[in-house]
Write a protein that binds this ligand. Structure first.
Ligand SMILES: Nc1nc2c(c(=O)[nH]1)N=C([C@H](O)[C@@H](O)CO)CN2
Length: 117
């Protein structure tokens, strides 16, 4: 299966378990890989036969911007659910990076894979 991906998608949202985190917006970064057969789109050169990564990006950005979860676990699982329910993809891998959440670490977050390739 081919992969359509979004890398380093930067979004500001309310996320975190501490009181101070409930009052501010923080940046999260998403890397998203989605299994999709690109053959027909490549043969026809027609956007209607592929997964429009702009549509995917717009949907995820508006969802995350409006969300107010406590845990990154909840946020990433909800993103996976949206992708698998609303788009014709059988498998997704998501890396959620909450950069700066740990002062001594460059990167911190979660990686999940859902569905089947
Ligand atoms: N497994 C997790 N650990 C922690 C989370 C989380 O969402 N999942 N969140 C925090 C705080 O909100 C942290 O990001 C603030 O620095 C701590 N641990």
């Amino acid at each position: 299966m081919d992969i359509i991906f979004l890398g380093g998608l930067e979004i500001e949202t309310v996320i975190g378990i501490y009181d101070w985190e409930r009052k501010i917006k923080q940046k999260i970064f998403l890397d998203i890989e989605m299994a999709f057969d690109i053959k027909k789109a490549a043969e026809t050169d027609d956007i209607t036969f592929t997964l429009d990564y702009k549509t995917v990006s717009d949907r995820i950005v508006s969802f995350v911007e409006a969300s107010e979860f406590y845990l990154v676990e909840t946020l990433i699982e909800e993103i996976a659910n949206i992708l698998l329910k609303e788009f014709p993809i059988p498998w997704v891998k998501i890396i959620l990076n909450k950069k700066g959440a740990i002062s001594r670490a460059r990167d911190v977050g979660i990686i999940i894979e859902r569905g089947r390739k």
